[in-house]
Design a protein around this ligand. Structure first.
Ligand SMILES: *Cc1c(COP(=O)(O)O)cnc(C)c1O
Length: 360
């Protein structure tokens, strides 16, 4: 009965999808999701909890999250003429952008492999998605192929994750410039890994009528709060704001994020530590036999290893959860992605990997 109802009423496109799955990490060293492994000093936690004491959860949140937005503007050193829209994670902002620009027969475009949410959101909305392969050797943009695809598809939206996930590299600025010039529609530069790469297009927004920039508090250490940030011309954001559900950023997240932005130097120190540890992790991976290890500007490292699926499983058996990307895209054959954890966690991962490679 329910089956028949679902078949009749749930959109065929939706029925064909599988839900975004997140593996259970209970008891494992969690290096699969680019989380910051560090907490806050006890005194700071106490101060935060004190602030939370005054949060009025019987009231709806401030729909525009004004206090938090103001702190973010200062934190990001945004030009007064650039607007800001907050989301329940940047995932929500990606969905809002796609909804606002949705129409019959339109195409969303991104180089691939990249963040899977772009394709997922396009598919959910019944939009075509054009993935343009990156160059196999170093995952840099294939600019002629991008420009050709832009001419062919006239995409409503182009997503450029920079640094890119799961490859970790930044795309060349002059190539992004060329894409901005050629794009007939909107270009979203997704800077989820800005805390580690420290390169941004935020200050170029006013020069490009078709540019918006996405950031998030997740990767810098607040993944649990779900706060995403979209910066762009107010005219674009006014349109997106019509689609945003009124109370999308909850009170506890608004209060917590505003609080920690007053102590941003702590998150910045943690990011700097993660960058140093990423370099060490990269170097130590390169010493292992048979691996291809790519340079990363983010808080994770991508590497290729024979029989990646089995290696991933063996790492898990040894207590370390990484992300297996084999099968996600042809260019990711036999690739695993490991988030940078604490030095101890990275050491445990390297030990488990070495034992796996030695068949021990
Ligand atoms: C992790 C990630 C996001 C998602 O961020 P949230 O703000 O946690 O939703 C967006 N873009 C890229 C490229 C990411 O890797």
């Amino acid at each position: 009965m329910i089956d028949a109802l679902i078949k009749r009423w749930v959109n065929a496109r939706v029925r064909a999808l599988s839900a975004y799955s997140v593996p259970d990490a209970t008891g494992l060293i969690k290096l699969d999701a680019m989380e910051n492994p560090y907490g806050w000093p006890a005194a700071l936690r106490a101060e935060w909890l004190e602030r939370m004491r005054h949060a009025q959860i019987n009231r709806y949140p401030d729909p525009a999250a004004r206090q938090l937005a103001e702190k973010l503007r200062r934190h990001l050193a945004l030009d007064a003429n650039v607007g800001l829209l907050l989301g329940n994670g940047s995932d929500e902002l990606i969905q809002i952008i796609a909804l606002a620009l949705r129409d019959e027969g339109r195409t969303l475009l991104a180089p691939e492999p990249t963040f899977v949410m772009y394709r997922l959101v396009a598919e959910v909305l019944g939009q075509r998605f054009a993935g343009v392969p990156l160059k196999a050797a170093d995952f840099s943009l294939d600019l002629p192929a991008m420009l050709a695809a832009i001419r062919t598809h006239s995409p409503a939206v182009i997503f450029l994750a920079c640094p890119n996930n799961p490859t970790g590299n930044l795309f060349a600025r002059h190539e992004i410039e060329a894409i901005l010039k050629a794009a007939p529609g909107l270009v979203v530069i997704d800077e989820a890994y800005f805390p580690f790469a420290r390169e941004t297009w935020l200050h170029d927004i006013l020069q490009h009528p078709n540019l918006v920039v996405l950031q998030t508090l997740s990767k810098m250490g607040l993944a649990g709060l779900r706060v995403g940030v979209l910066a762009g011309a107010p005219a674009w954001l006014d349109e997106f704001n019509k689609i945003r559900l009124p109370y999308n950023v909850n009170t506890l997240s608004q209060v917590s994020a505003a609080f920690i932005l007053e102590h941003a130097e702590l998150l910045e120190e943690q990011a700097a530590q993660i960058v140093r540890d990423r370099e060490e992790l990269t170097a130590r991976l390169r010493v292992l036999p048979g691996l291809t290890v790519w340079d990363s500007r983010a808080n994770f490292v991508l590497f290729r290893v024979a029989h990646a699926g089995a290696v991933h499983e063996s790492l898990k058996q040894r207590g370390v959860l990484t992300k297996c990307l084999d099968g996600a895209h042809p260019l990711l054959k036999d690739c695993l992605r490991v988030s940078v954890g604490t030095p101890d966690e990275n050491g445990a991962f390297l030990g488990a990997l070495q034992a796996t490679l030695e068949g021990g």
